[in-house]
Ligand binder design. Sequence first.
Ligand SMILES: O=C(O)CCC(=O)C(=O)O
Length: 284
Amino acid sequence: MAEVETREYTDPVTVDAVQPGWADWRGLITPEIREQYKRDGVVFLRQALHPEWLLLIELGLQRVLGSGAQFKHKFFPGESGEFTETVRNFEHSFELQRLMYDSPIADMMSLLLGSERIWYYSDEFFIKEGKGNRTPWHQDMPYWPLEGEQIASMWISLDPLPKELCLEMIPGTHRTTRYDGFSPREVSIDPTLPYYGEELPPLPDIEAERDKWNIVSFDIEPGDVILLHPGVLHGGGWTPEGGRRRAITIRCYGEDIVYAKRPSTRPTVPLTPHAVRLMPTRCD
Ligand SMILES: O=C(O)CCC(=O)C(=O)O
């Protein structure tokens, strides 16, 4: 009779063991961080994403750029600082679908927002290769038919950036005035010209009076993430000649989010049918 080989059981190798520098994201989202998010609408987490997720994002970006099915919006079209933005790439890239289903992003959102249930709402690439203009100051909420607190955008850069070129934000502005959006087609003429031009007040010219505002930003490395409430005023991130800034922002929301009526022009990201229920495994 043939002999059966037996071996002592050992745990499979864990990703932590393979990548000793991988931060434990659970340890990063402390009660203080959650409090800060409620208060400021902005938190910065160092080394929260393992390089494997960044690789998936990079592959997703390549697929989206090569896809004839995904629409590439141009900001400042025909000008020397023209850059590209693509919205809801999830539907065009199985890499981004795997990212949303398999990475800890849903769990991070769940823990940060204190919501057991989390939905993917949208994502957006901002691609600046070579000379690129700033993204104009704005809040995202006026463009979307949503209101509530349990919502966050995770801003991830594939490229290291000094804080002058990173995303800039004004903490706390998700709890103050809700401004109109900027008008993408007229932004070179005046970045405060309204998107709807109805009941919301126009954006202030923050760039013209930077010292009056409490602007924050971060030196960012791949793996670091910024989480911001989409009601927070944000913008920025120009690129110099030869520069590169490939960022994705991933928008998720939790249980307190409700439908919000917006002025009559179509919101830029409709609510249905694309919200995707994610499955966070843990929420404290
Ligand atoms: O990265 C940028 O330039 C702009 C990002 C942005 O507006 C957003 O994430 O909502």
